[in-house]
Each structure stands twice: as C-alpha cells, then as structure tokens.
Design a protein. Structure first.
Length: 375
C-alpha cells in the first residue's frame, strides 16, 4: 500500500509521449514513522520530488504488515541483506540509511537524464520507459552510482590481476632477496622471509586498491563520467609509457624504482631482518603502483564500486591475491625447484620488456573504454 506519493503515478500514454530527457523515474522508500534516520532523510526525498516533476515517489510505512511484506519482496529482488530503514530503491539500485542522501540525489539526477527502471517497477507494476541505450547498475547498499554491463566478468578480473602482477620492479626485489638469503644457507629462514615479502606486497596492494575504490565511491559519485574519463586518461598515459618502454626503455620517462632508493633496498636486504623485508615490500609495491593499479581502477569504476562493502572487499582481496600469483610462482621456482637466482634474474631482465608491453596494451585498452565511454 502506498502511504504517500509525492507525485501521482503517470499513465503509460503520457509517459510514452514525453520528450526525453527528463525521463519519468520511480523512487520507492520504506520507512518507519518513529525512525529518526527516516525523519532525517524525509526532507531530501521531498526536495527531490519538488525539483524533478517526472520523479514519482512511493513511500511505504513498514509497521503496516502489507508494506513490510512488500519490503521483504524488494529486499529479496535487490539482494539487500539488512532489514533496516530507511531503504530507498531507484532503478536497479538500493540505498540504506540517511547518510546515503547524496548518493540518492546523484542516482535520481542520473536516472532523470538517462532513464532507469528495475525490479521494483516490475514488482509494483509502475513501469516507466527508458532509453534503449540505458546502462544497467547493480544494487548498492551504500548507494554509489556506477554504471555496469551485467555481473563482474570473473575470469577476466582474475586474469587481469595476474597480468598486473607480472611486474619487473617487484620481481627484481624478490630475486635479490632470494640471492642474498641463499648465502646464509638457511632454507627455513629463506622460506620465512620470502613469504613475509610476498605477504607484504599483498597487503600494500590490497590497501592501495581499496583506497582507489573508495575514491571512486566517495569522490567520483559527484560526477561519475568525469571520474571515469580521468581514470581512462591516466590509464592511456601509463599504458603508452609501458609500451614505449618495450622499444626504448629508460628513455625520456619510465616507471621504475627510483635510483636513489636502490642503495637503501640493498642495505635493507642485507640486514635480513623481518622489519627490513617488510620495508622492502612496501617500497617495491608503492614504486610499482602506477603501472599495476591501473587495470584495477577500471574494474573499480565499472563493477566494484556499486557493490556492498563485504562484496567489494572480497573481490579486491581476490584481485590482490591474483596480483601476487606470479611472485609465488617465481618464489617456488627459486626455492622449491632450486633454480639459481642468477638464472632467475637473467630471465627477468630478458622478459621485462615483454611484461611492460603486455601490461601497457592492457591499460591502453581499458583506458580507451573509459575515456570514450564505450562501456
């Protein structure tokens, strides 16, 4: 039962004959009269209804059994896990809490311009026309407005993480460590330090990736298109530099560990302490971030940023794990198969330019997709 509607439901004939944009959009809010958070959100919803004549607001007080049952149906359809109010549904997106007001406003503004319909419209029968070119968005508990094209392509996501991890900078430090530790003759210590280094790389990359994702969720929400174009231009630049390094490494400009830090890396490695190894992992990972985080930023703007917190944290951890798989392989080859570090370093030097080429082509491809809005 609709308790209050800021705008009357328009007929299909009227909506279909309108000139778009602005598109007619349905907003569904579930609330409790006694809820302070619902009361805090109410002025924002009312302001949106006043600002956009084609926005139709349907409000349901969940102390009513029928409305609560409808709320459960909405939650199931949108994949919302937390039975809390206020909860707002716009198109294929879900928002919870009064803190989501800015995201709701952004979602409505985007929907008015591009059209939006979703599961809620099918449940209630309040169907509105949308543009044939309208992109879909998956539901988001925190309300970040990010366009996607269906579910996250997991094989591509994992493969991209592995390719991102094929990085000469991070490899060089690992191989140096293995060579230094081999002189001690202690395989147990070599194993412990190698695992510590790789774990540090994982943690630093994971935290850095989350920082990029939060940037997209919090700052990028105000203008998603500009955020995507900005990241796309950055990917094009980094990718072009990486491709340039395939032909002319160290000419003009290259992404690499700064020369002035190499002595510090050597000194830290020679100490053999675990704190020094952690420091090496931090330095190497941060130095490699410009040419490793780019592909992840593509997925953050197109898929991850519109997920619930637990979901995007798990996917970010999965990408970070895929990132360290090449290092794990190198470590196993040196430690388990007992390939000499000199041979491993020779392999790294020989293949480094090809690593840069593959990473560069990948980033340019993603950069084109974001910059020219081809997603």
């Amino acid at each position: 039962m609709t308790v209050a509607a800021a705008q009357p439901s328009s007929s299909g004939t009227t909506a279909a004959s309108a000139k778009y944009p602005p598109y007619p959009v349905n907003l569904y809010e579930f609330y409790l009269s006694s809820c302070p958070h619902c009361q805090a959100l109410a002025p924002h919803i009312a302001a949106l209804a006043a600002e956009y004549p084609t926005l139709h607001v349907y409000q349901y007080e969940t102390s009513n059994d029928a409305n609560y049952s409808l709320f459960q149906t909405f939650m199931s359809a949108y994949g919302v896990k937390f039975d809390t109010v206020p909860t707002v549904f716009v198109g294929t997106q879900a928002f919870q809490g009064d803190a989501a007001a800015p995201q709701i406003e952004a979602a409505v503004a985007q929907a008015i311009q591009n059209g939006a319909t979703g599961q809620g419209d099918k449940i209630t029968g309040h169907v509105v026309p949308v543009s044939a070119g309208t992109k879909n968005s998956t539901s988001s508990e925190n309300g970040t407005l990010v366009n996607t094209q269906g579910p996250l392509p997991l094989p591509l996501f994992i493969t991209t993480g592995i390719i991102s991890g094929v990085n000469p900078c991070v490899f060089s430090v690992l191989i140096f460590l293995m060579g230094t530790l081999a002189l001690t003759g202690s395989r147990r210590r070599t194993l412990a330090i190698g695992v510590t280094y790789i774990a540090t790389v994982f943690v630093v990359f994971f935290v850095s990736a989350l920082a990029v994702l939060q940037f997209v969720r919090i700052i990028g929400i105000q203008n998603l298109v500009l955020t995507q174009i900005g990241i796309g231009i950055f990917l094009l630049f980094v990718g072009a530099v990486s491709i340039k390094d395939f032909f002319w490494y160290n000419r003009w400009f290259s992404f690499k560990i700064p020369t002035f830090t190499k002595h510090s890396i050597s000194a830290l490695g020679n100490t053999g302490s675990f704190l020094a190894i952690i420091g090496l992992g931090i330095i190497a990972t941060i130095a490699a971030l410009p040419c490793t985080l780019g592909p992840f930023s593509f997925f953050s703007t197109t898929y991850l940023a519109n997920m619930a917190a637990m979901q995007y944290n798990l996917y970010t951890a999965l990408f970070a794990f895929a990132f360290i798989i090449p290092m794990i392989i190198v470590f196993v080859v040196i430690y388990g198969v007992k390939v000499g570090t000199d041979s491993a370093e020779a392999w790294r030097i020989k293949t480094a330019r090809y690593m840069r080429l593959v990473a560069g082509v990948l980033m340019v491809a993603f950069g084109i997709l974001l910059t020219f809005q081809l997603i």
